[in-house]
Design a protein around this ligand. Structure first.
Ligand SMILES: *Cc1c(COP(=O)(O)O)cnc(C)c1O
Length: 412
């Protein structure tokens, strides 16, 4: 029995089956490379679902974890944590200029946005939040209610009320839902789980105008698109507007759990003592790691790298789109890209994994690519080669792959 099979057997016996897992057991990572328990090596274009944006085990992040661990890990939010203040100052400097709240995950950050919107709206009898169909905001009861997908809510009745779902990129459908009870609009600048769908500029600027006209909060879910993923610090910065507040999580700690809400001045003091809290939010350790992540993105000019790498990847993918009839569209921004197929993406994603490229299917027919922000040109070429081979094979065209290179490279 291989070590992989042993681990999978134990997994199936003792771990609650909330995921359909790929049949590999990663044990080591370095940069864009991931090794499994049997020594196979993969090129990681998932990055732990847009989390390991600096690649696996970036030395500066490892150093921050090690140094802070030896100094102070946790004290609770009963005290003023210096590194949390520094992180808040840093995030505030990147956008909106207000204040921050820290928690541990994307769902918690979105819960915070929802509570802020209700707390501000309630005195005027307002509580409804407009969100979008095919959005994804998390799996807690509040955030699954905010998520405009039946399959996420199915079986969890009663789903908390107070959410109305508009069509993404359809401003009229949003306007039709605004009434005297509306307090906020929550939106992803680029829908991630919904299939890598960027908002049109007219849609995002239109939402801002609706919010200004009706005194609603415009809230952006930047959990997936934030921290450089789209070539800007935050996804909404690809558009000519600012929200009143936005949520962050995934890439903020490069794998160390941390979530955050960043606000503008108007939204900074909605939450007051007793209204919201988090035991772990913004610990010295989590804050030190997030500060290191932001520092690396700045010092290694990673936003530039995202834009250059995105152009290179898009050129290759668009060439493939002209060559392979099953590709309907290439879309996304920065290094948050989707290959839209005319069929289910899962078999292609599985085949890519077999030959050594990790990607994920989303929205049924989209191959989602989320490589690290510091991906190199040669790694992009490697990924494009593997994609080309699998697509050629699928289209019944000659593939460059010989029998023996059809397996992930094995190293020790
Ligand atoms: C992943 C994700 C979430 C949920 O984040 P968790 O950390 O899993 O709770 C929320 N919104 C978006 C856009 C996401 O991609």
């Amino acid at each position: 029995m291989t070590r992989t099979n042993e681990i999978i057997e134990k997994f199936n016996k003792f771990v609650i089956p909330t995921y359909n897992r790929f049949p590999i057991c990663p044990v080591k990572g370095k940069g864009s490379k991931l090794w499994d328990a049997d020594g196979n090596v993969y090129l990681d274009f998932i990055s732990g679902i847009a989390v390991n944006s600096l690649g696996h085990c970036h030395p500066e992040v490892t150093k921050a974890i090690q140094q802070q661990c030896a100094e102070l890990v946790h004290v609770s939010n009963l005290y003023n944590i210096e590194k949390q203040a520094l992180l808040a100052e840093t995030l505030s400097g990147l956008a909106l200029g207000g204040k921050c709240f820290f928690c541990n995950s994307g769902a918690e950050a979105n819960e915070t946005l929802i509570k802020m919107a209700r707390l501000r709206g309630n005195p005027q009898g307002k509580h409804e939040i407009i969100t979008m169909k095919n959005s994804f905001h998390g799996r807690t009861l509040g955030t699954l209610a905010a998520t405009g997908q039946e399959k996420i809510q199915d079986g969890f009745d009663p789903v908390p009320e107070g959410f109305k779902y508009a069509e993404y990129n359809n401003l009229e459908s949003v306007k039709a839902l605004v009434n005297e009870k509306t307090c906020a609009i929550l939106v992803e600048a680029i829908q991630g789980e919904g299939g890598i769908v960027p908002a049109t500029p007219e849609f995002i600027t239109g939402l801002r105008a609706i919010c200004d006209e009706h005194d609603l909060l415009l809230l952006c879910d930047e959990v997936q698109s934030g921290i450089g993923r789209t070539g800007r610090w935050f996804g909404f910065q690809n558009y000519d507007i600012e929200p009143d507040a936005f949520s962050l999580a995934k890439a903020l700690g490069n794998g160390f759990p941390i979530g955050a809400v960043v606000t503008n001045a108007k939204a900074s003091d909605i939450l007051q003592p007793g209204k919201h809290a988090s035991t772990f939010g913004g610990t010295p350790l989590a804050s030190a790691v997030a500060l290191a992540v932001i520092k690396v993105i700045k010092s290694e000019n990673l936003l530039d790298n995202v834009n250059k790498s995105s152009a290179k990847l898009l050129t290759g993918l668009n060439e493939m789109a002209t060559k392979y009839s099953h590709i309907k569209e290439i879309r996304g921004k920065g290094l948050m890209l989707g290959i839209v197929l005319d069929e289910s993406a899962a078999p292609i994603v599985n085949r890519l994994m077999e030959i050594g490229l990790l990607s994920i299917a989303t929205a049924g027919n989209v191959i989602r690519l989320l490589p690290p922000l510091n991906i190199s040109n040669s790694e992009i070429e490697e990924a494009l080669d593997m994609l080309d081979d699998v697509l050629a094979e699928w289209h019944g065209l000659p593939s460059e792959f010989s029998e023996d290179s059809n397996e992930p490279e094995t190293t020790d």
